[in-house]
Design a protein around this ligand. Structure first.
Ligand SMILES: NC(=O)c1ccc[n+]([C@@H]2O[C@H](COP(=O)([O-])OP(=O)(O)OC[C@H]3O[C@@H](n4cnc5c(N)ncnc54)[C@H](O)[C@@H]3O)[C@@H](O)[C@H]2O)c1
Ligand SMILES: O=C/C=C/C=C(\O)C(=O)O
Length: 486
């Protein structure tokens, strides 16, 4: 039975209050092990270790030394690829075929993605004319922000954690990570890698627990935390933003979405079906960038719906190690109850269930898992809660539209603004529509094609700030101006 302990100042630490909670596999509800909940004592120790590490050897590392060490961390994750893969799939139930192509490779790549940016990014400089004619030079200097609190969700545990830890450490900060209570394994394992690679103690710390009145709250309210980067539900982001306001700590918030796919009649049908299938059903629909609203130009609507139903019927649920499986369970029974409540709500709101809508019979061995049927609805009103609220499951609603103006208004009629996809072979229309969509990322004839240098983040209720490329610099460093009188 595994023990998932806190990782503080380079050592694994059990909970002093002996507050352990179960970690169960959503495939069959089997017990993976016990997670050691960090109390205020453990969180305080982790934050103070991170604070002290800034003044220790880590604070003397040059940028080149930090980048070399983080590249080593990435390489070590890849050397221990199978362990990370096994841990991630046990925690989440996702197919190995998915985690081996997305979660673990990106979990490592995120430590390298930022190196090029840091090496090539200049800081500003200005020459100022002065009355005495001798002038002055202004030089920008970037310094680490300090101790960064990193609070993570359960859907892409390693990827979304290192998407923050990578640039944070590359910029010379130290971190205290609070992984989701549902998926502690890969973040805990990363502590071993940090030690193996010689990352100084206190630079990378992990505290386990929940949100309110637990490690999440203790961390985000700790006065020695200099900035907070959070990925999770919008309502949680609002709470964390309030905590960050005490002491004016900067925040980076990556929150919820209710993303639209816009399919024009002139699209490459099979490309649009493949992309929309992935965006609606990959990771059992538990992707913030995923599609839950599909708008199809009327002449194509019936054909597109028929093709989507065919492809949904082909999805193969099964254990992560089942090479034929391409569809896993939801992350927990608690989350399945939430998604099933929307399946019931859809019926009450008058949806036509085109396919799915329930719980599959997975047989005796898997009957304890958080399995659910991939589902397509049609016929709902635009103001239906199922069309407006984030469900975060393997489901989407298809609706026909008749004009470009109509579909842009429909797509933007949401409090969220995270992502969207546009499918058409008319390039100028694609760009014209993309420019009008209120979302942080718009894909044209693609989905989840990620350039790690590009700005990434949400607008409206989907978040604050941008990460990726130079945008990470703004959040993970302080920019100082030094004025030199000549
Ligand atoms: N925008 C993005 O990039 C992105 C990426 C992945 C997931 N998400 C969003 O995350 C959500 C699913 O993840 P989730 O269910 O883990 O989200 P969540 O908000 O319930 O939890 C996220 C993390 O916050 C912690 N937390 C909860 N309450 C807290 C509090 N009061 N103080 C401090 N920490 C607290 C949790 O323990 C967890 O570690 C969905 O809404 C999804 O859209 C967004
Ligand atoms: O579920 C949300 C996925 C977010 C993905 C990223 O943050 C990324 O690809 O860097």
């Amino acid at each position: 039975m595994q023990e998932f302990k806190n990782f503080i100042n380079g050592e694994y630490v059990g909970s002093s209050e002996d507050r352990r909670f179960e970690n169960r596999c959503p495939v069959d509800n089997s017990l993976i092990g016990y997670v050691h909940e960090a109390g205020q004592r453990e969180v305080d120790a982790a934050v103070k270790a991170a604070k002290a590490a800034l003044k220790g050897p880590w604070g003397q590392f040059t940028q080149a030394q930090r980048i070399a060490l983080l590249n080593r961390v990435a390489d070590r994750i890849n050397e221990r690829f199978e362990e990370f893969l096994e841990a991630e799939c046990r925690d989440t139930g996702k197919p190995r075929s998915l985690a081996s192509h997305i979660d673990i490779p990106r979990g490592a790549a995120n430590f390298k993605a930022f190196s090029e940016t840091l090496n090539n990014q200049s800081t500003e400089g200005f020459r100022l004319d002065t009355p005495d004619g001798r002038g002055a030079i202004n030089v920008g200097q970037r310094t680490p922000k300090g101790v960064i609190a990193v609070v993570c969700p359960w859907n892409l545990p390693l990827l979304l954690m290192t998407w923050k830890v990578g640039p944070a450490l590359a910029c010379g900060n130290t971190v205290v990570v609070k992984p989701s209570e549902d998926t502690p394994a890969t973040t805990t394992l990363l502590g071993e890698v940090m030690n193996e690679c010689g990352v100084p103690a206190g630079v990378f710390n992990v505290v386990h627990g929940f949100g309110p009145n637990s490690a999440g709250e203790f961390l985000t309210t700790h006065p020695l935390v200099d900035a907070i980067t959070f990925t999770g539900e919008t309502r949680t982001g609002e709470i964390i933003m309030q905590a960050a306001s005490v002491g004016l700590r900067n925040i980076s918030l990556e929150c919820g979405g209710k993303n639209a796919a816009i399919v024009f009649a002139d699209c490459d049908l099979e490309k649009a079906v493949e992309g929309t299938m992935r965006s609606a059903f990959v990771n059992c629909g538990q992707v913030c960038l995923g599609t839950e609203r599909v708008y199809v130009e009327r002449p194509l609507f019936e054909r597109f719906l028929a093709r989507m139903k065919e492809e949904v019927a082909r999805l193969k649920p099964g254990r992560p190690e089942d090479a034929q499986a391409n569809f896993g369970p939801l992350v927990s029974h608690q989350h399945r109850d939430k998604v099933l409540s929307y399946y019931e709500l859809a019926r009450q709101e008058g949806a036509k269930v085109e396919i799915g809508g329930g719980v599959p019979d997975m047989g005796e061995a898997l009957s304890g898992g958080a399995w659910i049927e991939p589902t397509i609805w049609t016929g709902l009103a635009d103001d239906a809660r199922v069309v407006r609220e984030e469900i975060f499951g393997p489901c989407c609603h298809l609706r026909p539209f008749d004009s470009e103006e109509e579909v842009i208004a429909l797509a933007n009629d949401t409090p969220y603004g995270l992502a969207a996809s546009v499918w058409t072979e008319n390039g100028s229309r694609a760009l014209r529509v993309a420019e009008q969509i209120e979302a942080g990322t718009v894909w044209i004839n693609s989905w989840f094609l990620r350039d790690l240098r590009a700005a990434f983040g949400g607008m409206k209720h989907s978040g604050i700030g941008r990460e990726g490329g130079v945008h990470g610099l703004e959040f993970y460093t302080e920019l100082k101006n030094i004025c030199i009188k000549l």
